[in-house]
Write a protein that binds this ligand. Structure first.
Ligand code: URA
Ligand code: ZN
Length: 380
């Protein structure tokens, strides 16, 4: 096979043990098996668990594509993807209490490691890259941040793990929480990539209330809630000086940074006009490093943005380079629209947005599709 190597850095799994755990639960997040024998339902977003909707119809159907790695490999073959960096899907371990958080994180991370090792050892001789790597998961509910840092150092020793995925709430107080400093320090020390991904969206009131959210299904939470959630989370990190204290952090933002590329100038201007922030009753300086510097030094963006306008904003915010942009699919979310579809519309749309955005520049396309991921995540 010729053509650029393709690496999917945004692709999720729920390992079978995690699926079993969701199935045993009755509140969000949970899996419900309808009484009529229909496909199980995955109810993970707060807006999914709407008491006005019969439980058999809540959330979305969940099939083997969420947990069976063979289905992931078939999907990769169908879409010309050489290698995937798999990550646990939302809401990760955010809801696991402090007694079990570390145990679950170790279980998931060991499971990811062995899944990758096994798939790579049985890959066809014609494979151009190892087929699977992974982003691990963190025990954010653990009683002390030291336990989270310990798991990061353990992840660093697992041969197929190249970073960690994390939601926007951190230890429950957001990403400007000073108690996360040991976690940022461990990320810097290990130089593992942090893949920051949304889950909670915005409160229904932001969209006009629960009835409006229900009317339009997943559109408002996923199209707008998710990207704004990511933007708010990373902006709070920036405002609180995390990037001043930890200038070597490497963070991959889901969905091309939400709206950060578009809003970075506005964030910069508002900070300049605010001058100082009020913290614990006193006035403190705002961030010392400029937002554009952080975007060019600490931030990477996935190319899961479904259009040329978003793609070009991502490049512009990265300092005019395509070197910080990485292809992804968000598999197994956004499945085909009809059973006859050969390829997934969500994937085809992202491939074509990359082609159209950089059509005169084969090197840029090759970088975004796989070269950047291979270099940054050391996949060879
Ligand atoms: N919906 C989700 O819940 N998670 C994703 O990653 C994408 C869509
Ligand atoms: Zn995702």
């Amino acid at each position: 096979m010729s053509g650029p190597l393709v690496v999917d850095i945004h692709t999720h799994v729920y390992p079978p043990a995690y699926i079993d755990m969701l199935r045993a639960r009755k509140k969000v997040p949970y899996i419900h098996d309808p009484s009529d024998g229909g496909p199980p339902r995955l109810i993970i977003l707060a807006s999914d668990d709407d008491s006005n909707t019969p439980v058999d119809q809540r959330g979305r159907p969940v099939d083997s594509s969420y947990s069976d790695i063979k289905v992931k490999l078939d999907f990769m073959n169908k879409h010309g993807i050489d290698c995937s960096v798999i990550s646990l899907a939302n809401p990760w371990l955010d809801f696991i209490g402090e007694e079990q958080a570390s145990e679950w994180a170790q279980k998931i991370n060991d499971d990811l490691e062995s899944t990758c090792a096994q798939s790579n050892s049985t890959a066809a001789p014609s494979a151009r890259l190892r087929r699977l790597f992974a982003f691990g998961t963190l025990p954010l509910g653990a009683p002390s941040p030291a336990a989270i840092a310990d798991e990061l150092h353990r992840i660093k020793t697992l041969p197929h793990l190249r970073g960690v995925i994390m939601g926007t709430t951190g230890r429950g107080q957001g990403l400007d929480d000073p108690s996360l400093d040991p976690v940022w320090k461990a990320l810097e020390d290990t130089q593992l990539m942090l893949f920051l991904h949304p889950h909670y969206g915005l409160p229904d009131e932001a969209f006009g209330g629960p009835e409006i959210v229900r009317r339009y299904g997943h559109v408002l939470p996923l199209a707008l809630g998710f990207p704004l959630e990511t933007t708010i989370a990373v902006t709070r990190m920036y405002l609180s000086g995390v990037f001043d204290r930890f200038p070597r952090l490497q963070i991959l933002l889901a969905h091309s940074g939400g709206t950060l590329p578009f809003l970075a100038g506005r964030i910069e201007s508002c900070i300049a006009h605010e001058r100082t922030f009020k913290v614990n009753g006193g006035n403190v300086q705002g961030p010392q490093r400029g937002i554009w510097d952080v975007l060019k030094t600490n931030i990477y963006l996935d190319a899961v943005v479904y259009g040329t306008a978003g793609m070009k904003a991502a490049v512009e915010a990265s300092g005019g380079t395509t070197d910080r942009l990485l292809f992804g699919t968000d598999h197994p979310f956004f499945p085909p629209l009809t059973e006859e579809d050969e390829k997934w519309a969500s994937v085809v749309t992202n491939y074509s947005a990359i082609d159209k955005s950089f059509e005169q520049n084969a090197d840029a396309i090759a970088g975004v599709l796989g070269g950047n991921a291979i270099r940054l995540l050391k996949l060879v």
